[in-house]
Design a protein around this ligand. Structure first.
Ligand SMILES: NC(=O)c1ccc[n+]([C@@H]2O[C@H](COP(=O)([O-])OP(=O)(O)OC[C@H]3O[C@@H](n4cnc5c(N)ncnc54)[C@H](O)[C@@H]3O)[C@@H](O)[C@H]2O)c1
Length: 254
């Protein structure tokens, strides 16, 4: 028996990185997964590797009509959606002197507005069945940052607040809404200016040797995905509106 047997899940940004790991762990726990991504190739590869437990769903989550159609497709095909993981995000590296209006708007549209839209689209179907789990991927950058990612930080802080609001609104319908705030995770997003920031000399010195991250390493995507498995399943019965920080202790040090 898997922890998510017979559950139907929709995971955004599941073509790679943390979203891919979540799709894989959900499928391994018995769920059927809609692998949502803007990139066809990666979404189809992940879905194909999961076989009958998944289907690729390729669209831009900021396209409200496409998102609505995708949710309707899953409801038609599977009869329900039990779990939504709002994971897809973008990040632009630029300080306040350099960043552009376009970067700000794209960041907010993908990272925050589409999250609200996704919740809005799945909540009625979850409420009809009196059961649902919505998991929003935030970041430690909601709380702490070394700059040059203002729009990203603002979007991730917004996710923490939106999670609480949704949790209050949806509790009476049996829908629990929580966020995960990862620290450093080894994915394509940890590439900054072409360099994997978890492999630099500075990272080794500061976060590993001096244990600014008490666990002295970056996370693997699967370690974040296992937190999502908990939040998606029956074991999560009395946690809602929370942001679980999964950062190896990074934000408890100074
Ligand atoms: N990697 C880290 O260190 C880290 C740390 C903290 C939080 N996070 C958060 O975890 C989540 C996943 O991050 P990741 O590192 O796996 O990122 P990633 O860049 O490796 O993957 C993001 C995925 O989202 C997809 N995507 C982007 N825009 C989309 C859109 N408009 N519509 C549909 N799909 C879209 C991309 O194609 C990609 O497959 C994000 O919310 C990120 O902010 C990551």
């Amino acid at each position: 028996m898997g922890l998510l047997n017979d559950r139907v899940a929709l995971v955004t940004g599941a073509g790679q990185g943390i979203g891919e790991a979540i799709a894989r762990e959900f499928a391994a726990e018995g769920a059927w997964v809609a692998v949502v991504d803007i990139r066809r190739e990666t979404a189809e590869q992940v879905a194909a590797s999961l076989g009958i437990n998944a289907r690729a769903s390729v669209f831009d989550i900021t396209d409200a009509d496409a998102y609505k159609n995708a949710v309707e497709d899953v409801l038609r095909e599977r009869g329900r959606i039990d779990i939504l993981v709002n994971n897809a995000a973008v990040a632009f590296t630029a300080d306040v002197f350099e960043d552009t209006r376009q970067q700000w708007e794209r960041t907010m549209a993908v990272n925050l507005e589409a999250m609200h839209q996704g919740a809005k689209l799945v909540a009625p179907a979850m409420a009809r069945r009196g059961w649902g789990r919505i998991i929003n991927i935030s970041s430690v950058q909601a709380f702490a940052t070394d700059g040059r990612v203002g729009a990203y930080c603002a979007s991730k802080g917004g996710i923490v607040a939106l999670t609480r609001s949704l949790a209050v609104e949806l509790a009476a319908h049996g829908i629990l809404v929580n966020a995960i705030a990862p620290g450093f995770v080894r994915t394509a997003m940890s590439m900054v200016d072409g360099v994997d920031e978890t492999t630099t000399g500075d990272f080794a010195e500061w976060y590993v040797k001096r244990r600014k991250i008490p666990l002295a390493r970056a996370a693997e995507p699967r370690e974040i995905a296992r937190v999502a498995v908990f939040l998606a399943g029956e074991d999560c019965s009395y946690v809602t509106g929370a942001t679980l920080v999964a950062d190896g202790g990074l934000t408890i040090t100074f």
